[in-house]
Design a protein around this ligand. Structure first.
Ligand code: APR
Ligand code: ZN
Length: 268
């Protein structure tokens, strides 16, 4: 714990190390005018949503080639929908934003955050109050008909799911699908364009909770670095971009990010 009430000379070395990391992060935040926060499943782990990779990750229990690929969804949509109905839906629905989500909102209020770019599909950044969220992989609380593209919201899909699997469009009988990017699909062009623009313009990009192994999303932090921005990575496990980061913190997001942001706000 980072307890500022403990006198400096009574702190253990690990406590001092944590303090140093928080201070370095705070200094980078303070020195930046145009910050992008780039998030992955790790930021929502503290909201109770399991990550995909790493300890306890979803893909250690479920096969992504079946649960998250467009080819399999076309072949057998019930497979996805059963998983959504029985496993995923409640977890997503009941989750509340974490301290790191809320600190990201603070940064926006403080006037230096230009965008949140997220790979997450849980909508927790918006639920926390972030207003400029670029969702690279869509959002699992929105749905549409594969055939006629009619949009459906969560209550409508829940209602249909009570008596039908897979849920079918009430207008044309087509299969409903989540408004998420499945493996084998393109990312939404307008969102990726905007995300690329933000990463080229930012002066600091902070990665929070991503393994940085899924492309093209994982290109963005590197692009930011190539365009001259500083790069911070806050992730429990090492990532392929650790060696190019200006600051790399292998801890949980909630342990460092909210504290660093709080120190900034207090000082501004
Ligand atoms: N704080 C910080 N990092 C954490 C925390 C935490 N509390 N908990 C876990 N992590 C880290 C893990 O160490 C892991 O490296 O978060 C990372 C999450 O990695 P992934 O599960 O691979 O999530 P992400 O990078 O968002 O995945 C990218 O993969 O399957 C797809 O479409 C899915 O958008 C997702 C994409
Ligand atoms: Zn339809």
């Amino acid at each position: 714990m980072n307890d500022s009430n403990v006198p400096e000379n009574r702190k253990s070395e690990p406590e001092r190390q944590l303090d140093r990391e928080i201070r370095s992060l705070k200094e980078l935040l303070d020195a930046s005018k145009r910050i992008v926060v780039f998030t992955g499943a790790g930021i929502s782990a503290e909201s109770g949503i399991p990550t995909y990779r790493g300890a306890g990750g979803m893909w250690t229990k479920y096969d992504p080639d079946k649960y998250a690929s467009i080819d399999y969804f076309r072949k057998d949509p019930s497979y996805y929908w059963r998983f959504f109905r029985d496993v995923r839906h409640d977890v997503m629905n009941e989750a509340e934003p974490s301290a790191a989500h809320r600190a990201t909102v603070e940064l926006e209020r403080w006037g230096r955050l230009s965008a949140v770019i997220t790979q997450n599909i849980d909508g927790l950044h918006q639920k926390a109050g972030s207003t400029r969220v670029l969702e690279l992989h869509g959002n699992t609380t929105r749905f549409y008909c594969f055939d006629c593209r009619t949009p459906y919201d969560m209550p409508a899909v829940r209602r249909i799911l009570e008596h039908q699997l897979p849920p079918l469009c009430e207008k044309c009988g087509g299969v409903l699908r989540p408004d998420v990017v499945l493996f084998g699909e393109m990312l939404p062009v307008d969102v990726i364009d905007e995300a690329q623009r933000e990463t080229q313009l930012c002066d600091l990009l902070v990665v929070i909770g991503s393994s940085l192994v899924v492309y093209p999303a994982a290109n963005l932090p590197y692009q930011a670095k190539l365009s001259g921005a500083k790069l911070v990575i806050i992730n429990m496990d090492p990532t392929p971009l650790d060696s190019v980061a200006d600051l790399c913190i292998h801890r949980s997001a909630g342990e460092v990010f909210p504290q660093a942001v709080e120190m900034c706000s207090a000082a501004s």
